[in-house]
Design a binder for this molecule. Structure first.
Ligand code: PMP
Length: 360
């Protein structure tokens, strides 16, 4: 028997369940399970990656100054309030580690991103799950769950896997209702797909306890490179920077992210394609009698009659070589989360589901 025991909380972590990426024996696989950009990385980012690889023998800059300046420039933010991480996952981890510990509580919502309870346990804190109402974050339920021990409230906006969004008025009401010692985290991984919603940027600027997190994994097509950033009050960013490993981002990551940001035409093209195909997919699902809310992201949550029906549809899609995400762990046993693809890919999904419906 080993005499080595893990830190408290670690064995309560449920392993992260990632999207399936292959189907045994098939080559024509279409992966629509992780909300990746169907157009891939912008060509300028690929060039920047090649160029940066030539300097792979050199340690990268530790202050991320060029990338932070580009983020500030493109998004109209203040570079001093930006921190970059290995995906927004790492930025969320900085928040949990820097501001919570044993005895502290981190509130997250019923259908929120599955990393939140994992990150809470990693910091030794206790995740507290709050119910949503009709697949939308419930502000009053969150406020009612706040205790003296609450340190952080994590919100996915727009939601994953719901695709729903809270308007700025609701975010403001939540921020107004929280005690000053509680940090409100607005996880905006999908905000670029949500029209002109600012993700809470103005709120971040106006308060000293609100942090927004963003990613290069979705719109910027760089999920494989792992780059994200946080935007928050200078005092909080300063604390987080102290626990950030100095070389957390490689030169390749930094260069790719900067190049992607500097190509607004590519980003605009990706947003437009997503809007078209998202509307097409949602319309087709509804015509087939499969429920879905209006999505403000690059995926659609398809809701079937029950878990068994979702299972059959999932299998039919796999048989057609299409991988989508079962979201039972997010509280939707009857759901399938389908990433919005390009025109051909969306056509393939619609054809496969139409065939499946005929055979039901
Ligand atoms: N937040 C949400 C809501 C997400 O869906 C994801 C990616 N699945 C992340 C954060 C993390 O993204 P990344 O670490 O790739 O930036």
């Amino acid at each position: 028997m080993t005499q080595i025991s893990p830190q408290p909380g670690i064995m309560e972590i449920d392993l992260y369940v990632g999207g399936q990426s292959a189907i045994a024996g098939r080559k024509d696989v279409l992966k629509l399970s992780s909300n990746e950009n169907p157009l891939g990385p912008p060509p300028a980012a690929i060039e920047a990656i090649t160029e940066a690889a030539r300097a792979a023998h050199l340690y990268p800059p530790t202050d991320h100054a060029a990338l932070r300046a580009a983020i500030a420039d493109v998004h109209g933010l203040d570079a001093e309030r930006v921190i970059c991480g290995v995906g927004s996952d790492e930025v969320l981890q900085f928040i949990c580690q820097a501001f919570t510990g044993p005895g502290d509580e981190i509130i997250h919502t019923e259908h929120g991103f599955s990393m939140y309870p994992i990150l809470a346990h990693m910091a030794g804190a206790t995740p507290v799950k709050v119910a949503e109402r009709d697949r939308v974050v419930d502000i009053d339920a969150i406020l009612a769950a706040v205790t003296d021990r609450t340190r952080v409230v994590m919100l996915t906006n727009p939601g994953n896997p719901t695709g729903t969004i809270l308007p700025t008025e609701d975010l403001t009401r939540l921020a107004d209702g929280l005690p000053g010692h509680v940090i409100l985290v607005l996880d905006c991984a999908y905000i670029e797909y949500a029209g002109d919603h600012d993700g809470g940027e103005a709120l971040v600027r106006a308060r000293d306890n609100v942090i927004m997190t963003r990613t290069f994994s979705k719109l910027y097509g760089l999920g494989g490179l792992r780059i994200g950033f946080g935007y928050g009050p200078k005092a909080l960013i300063d604390v987080m920077t102290r626990i950030r490993q100095p070389f957390n981002l490689s030169g390749v990551q930094l260069a790719a992210a900067e190049a992607a940001l500097r190509d607004p035409d590519w980003a605009a093209r990706c947003v437009a394609l997503n809007a078209d195909q998202r509307a097409r997919l949602a319309g087709a699902l509804r015509q087939l009698g499969i429920a879905c809310d209006d999505s403000h992201t690059n995926f659609v949550l398809a809701r079937f009659a029950d878990e068994a029906e979702a299972g059959r549809a999932h299998q039919a899609l796999l048989d057609a070589g299409i991988i989508v995400r079962r979201v039972t762990g997010y509280g939707f046993p009857e759901g399938l989360r389908i990433t919005v693809g390009d025109e051909d890919q969306t056509g393939r999904v619609i054809a496969a589901l139409t065939d499946w419906r005929k055979g039901e």
